[in-house]
Design a protein around this ligand. Sequence first.
Ligand SMILES: [Zn+2]
Length: 111
Amino acid sequence: MDSRLVGGVGNIYASEALFRAGIRPTRAANRISLARFSRLVDAVRETLTDAIAKGGSTLRDYVDSRGERGYFQLDYAVYGRDGEPCRVCGTPIRAIRLGGRASYFCPICQR
Ligand SMILES: [Zn+2]
């Protein structure tokens, strides 16, 4: 698989999993407690499981074997939603660039 595709998908899942875990993308990995890190691991697993169950792809141009677009993208909590209200608290989602990649987060739900 093209590594750029994998990287792109990873970026989407990272934003979504961090939201589920309530962790800001700017938080340094070595400043996360073991309990929160464990929650993040669970969140990554849940995010991937959901993505597979809902069509298996977050790629915008993804088309499955029946010619239908993957639709996990419709369920994004934060990814690509900067300025739109958080689905949990209504606060506008923010976008920041980290290491050249866009990360999306809710400033209230994620600490
Ligand atoms: Zn929120």
